[in-house]
Design a protein around this ligand. Structure first.
Ligand SMILES: Cc1cc2nc3c(=O)[nH]c(=O)nc-3n(C[C@H](O)[C@H](O)[C@H](O)COP(=O)(O)OP(=O)(O)OC[C@H]3O[C@@H](n4cnc5c(N)ncnc54)[C@H](O)[C@@H]3O)c2cc1C
Length: 670
């Protein structure tokens, strides 16, 4: 099948408007006869379900949590971008578009990204109207801060809980429709297969996670908003439940999987403390607004710190290497995440790491505390304030900005970050790859859509901070509700989709057989054993930097893990009960297959781009020496993989990316 991105004609800044003006609509009376399934009720799915129901469609929404309020979106801390130019610092739709295209290292579609920037301002208005308590300045206007990779302040935030507050907004919009009966909510239900009838997505098979009951659900269209797959690395900042199952099942039924190897590694996570951990904690990127990142200049000082003989606060200013400020003077500590992550790893690999395992750098607020303290003293007209007074006042300002993050750090690390610099290290955070979608957000299966982190569409090879929430809500509130009309307009005469058909029988039987198989293997190793092994291979060979040899080895190793899993996994309990090991087993089985595809995708992409660093592709001279080397001539495409029965044999389709409005430049943050 050839890929048609269905990008509308016309100038970039008019494509979306023209498309909306000409797209097919469904008349309100007919919407009542159309059913839509939305899998996932995070920001993308919650916003989509609420909007579609508000428009009049009958929506069935599914999530595996006990409430949509607990979707992984709740974890987002830092903020959400929008081109409102409140700071009067020169921001515009074009600049947000440009930053996002450039930040993604020119591996995303111009038209999608421009639309994202265009609707970004509406998202803020929508959320304010819902009562989302964005931070405000003294005068009452919404406040902004900046995130990595940009030179303006366009990130709206609600302290360190932006995702949670936005999710509550979407949830309240959903609740209104649940109460009206327009959304039928299936909490604690996991989609385990997609049902395709005559080439169109017509429903799903879901398992009730409490009773184990497997059920059929039909609709005229299915929207997948099931989030990202960072947990393929076992250790990540993702919620423990995040997984690829819904997307993977759709992939196996014909949805191409795009750019699977594009994973974002976030630079500011709390370093792992040992092998016992199952999750890593993120410290929001917003901290890089005020924190300065450094390691000791001398290896002997780093060693003394690692061994506890020297405290970071005892190290003189001239003995510290503020390596981001040194290497990237224009962006300093606010370089994009991939650049900051690689630079941290480079320093740690070179022996300058500061925690016992040598896998940490410092994020230091001392200078900001002093700066804010002095500012406050001036405002209050204090003459000769003492150092302690300045410090106290500065700490108060920092607390008002990032208090909950500091508290979280102290609880986990047992060190007071106001007094001693935080330790941070990169960790897997976000997956830019996902199900391939066209401009209308439709997958390669007619009637099957994908939104939010589950699709691949807007972030290219690297996601800038605060752009995932923006994309999830843009898709859910402002894009899908229009574009789905084009497909559904042809469905008004279809009538209800029956569930007693051969296609539903087949899908349900396959789900039941797989569950039975998982429970009967009765091997010797728990699911986590395989997940950990998978994660280690992924981190070592398909993580921050990769090479051809390692990637080939990784594919073999993961295939071995897959074979052992299916012959030696032990899943206790039964199918007709609440059984979290069974849930996990199904998810890990899918993650293993996905891992193989990720390695395959990374192997094909013989360039470094965005967060994807290929060791064979490095700038060897000039101002960019040592930086990632992109190869536009050969790799300016989206890789979209078709399932052929085995991830190792997946077939590659290329969507060439056409840039008519931006010039592809070397990404430089110097
Ligand atoms: C710690 C952390 C901090 C972050 N901070 C920011 C930030 O400051 N700014 C920003 O822009 N982004 C941030 N992100 C990224 C952002 O939070 C996510 O990309 C975004 O919330 C994803 O939203 P989503 O709706 O696509 O998916 P999710 O919120 O992950 O929702 C997935 C939904 O799908 C459901 N689901 C999944 N599989 C199935 C299935 N098989 N059957 C039924 N239901 C299923 C789940 O129950 C859930 O409802 C952060 C991420 C993390 C991990």
């Amino acid at each position: 099948m050839s890929l048609d991105a269905k990008i509308p004609e016309g100038p970039l800044d008019q494509k979306w408007t023209l498309h909306k003006n000409t797209i097919d609509l469904v008349n309100p009376a007919n919407k009542r006869h159309i059913d839509v399934i939305v899998v996932g009720t995070g920001l993308a799915g919650g916003a989509a379900a609420a909007s579609l129901a508000e428009m009049g469609y009958n929506v069935s929404a599914f999530c595996y949590q006990d409430s949509p309020r607990r979707a992984h979106s709740i974890a987002a801390q830092g903020g959400i971008n929008a081109a409102k130019n409140y700071q009067n610092d020169g921001d515009s739709v074009y600049r947000l578009f440009y930053d996002t295209i450039k930040g993604g290292d020119y591996r995303s579609r111009e038209a999608n990204v421009y639309r994202l920037a265009e609707v970004s301002a509406n998202i803020i208005d929508q959320c304010v109207a819902q009562g989302v308590p964005f931070a405000r300045e003294y005068g009452g206007l919404l406040d902004n801060r900046s995130f990595g990779g940009v030179l303006v302040s366009r990130t709206f935030y609600a302290k360190g809980q932006t995702g949670q507050q936005l999710l509550l907004g979407a949830y309240s919009a959903m609740s209104r429709q649940i109460a009206k009966g327009k959304i039928k909510m299936y909490n604690r239900h996991e989609m385990l297969d997609l049902v395709v009838v005559d080439g169109k997505a017509r429903g799903i098979i879901a398992r009730n996670l409490v009773t184990g009951e497997v059920s059929r659900h039909s609709a005229h269209a299915v929207v997948l908003a099931s989030g990202g797959y960072g947990n393929v690395f076992f250790l990540s900042t993702n919620a423990m439940g995040s997984n690829v199952t819904a997307a993977w099942k759709a992939h196996k039924k014909g949805a191409y999987f795009a750019n699977p190897c594009f994973t974002q590694i976030h630079p500011t996570c709390i370093p792992r403390s040992g092998d016992h951990q199952s999750k890593l904690t993120l410290m929001s990127e917003s901290l890089r607004n005020d924190g300065r990142i450094w390691v000791p200049k001398k290896k002997e000082d780093a060693e003394a710190i690692r061994e506890g003989r020297l405290k970071p606060t005892e190290l003189a200013e001239e003995d510290r290497d503020y390596y981001l400020e040194r290497r990237y003077p224009a962006f300093g500590n606010l370089v994009p995440r991939d650049v900051a992550s690689r630079a941290a790893k480079e320093r740690c690999d070179a022996g300058y790491g500061v925690n016992p395992t040598g896998e940490a750098v410092y994020l230091d607020f001392a200078a900001a505390i002093e700066r804010y303290g002095n500012e406050k003293a001036t405002v209050l007209g204090l003459d000769n304030p003492s150092k302690e007074e300045i410090r106290r006042m500065g700490e108060e300002v920092i607390e008002s900005k990032y208090g909950n993050l500091f508290q979280m750090y102290e609880k986990i690390v047992d060190e007071n970050p106001y007094k001693t610099p935080m330790m941070i290290y990169p960790a897997v955070h976000y997956t830019m790859g996902g199900i391939w979608v066209d401009y209308n957000l439709m997958t390669t299966i007619p009637g099957c859509y994908a939104t939010g982190e589950a699709n691949f569409s807007d972030h290219g090879a690297n996601r800038l901070g605060a752009s995932a929430l923006m994309q999830g809500l843009a898709d859910g509130y402002f894009v899908l509700p229009y574009t789905i009309g084009e497909y559904l307009a042809d469905e008004i005469r279809t009538g209800p989709i029956p569930i007693d058909t051969a296609e539903f029988d087949e899908a349900e039987n396959a789900v039941n057989e797989r569950i039975a198989k998982l429970l009967t293997i009765n091997g010797s190793k728990p699911v986590d054993y395989f997940h950990k092994r998978l994660g280690l291979v992924m981190w070592n060979e398909v993580g921050m930097s990769r090479n051809a040899e390692g990637l080939s080895r990784a594919m073999d190793e993961m295939n071995q893990i897959k074979e052992e899993f299916w012959s030696d996994v032990k899943v206790p309990g039964t199918a007709d009960s609440f059984n979290q090991e069974l849930e996990k087993a199904g998810r890990v089985a899918d993650l293993i297959e996905l891992g193989i595809l990720m390695a395959k995708d990374a192997l094909v992409r013989e360039e470094s781009c965005g967060g994807h660093f290929r060791e064979e592709s490095v700038e060897t001279s000039g101002e960019q020496e040592g930086e990632a080397k992109r190869d536009d001539e050969n790799f300016k495409f989206v890789s979209a993989w078709e399932w052929t029965g085995d991830s190792r044999e997946a077939q590659l389709h290329k969507e060439d990316l056409v840039f008519e409005n931006v010039e592809l430049k070397q990404r430089s943050y110097k």
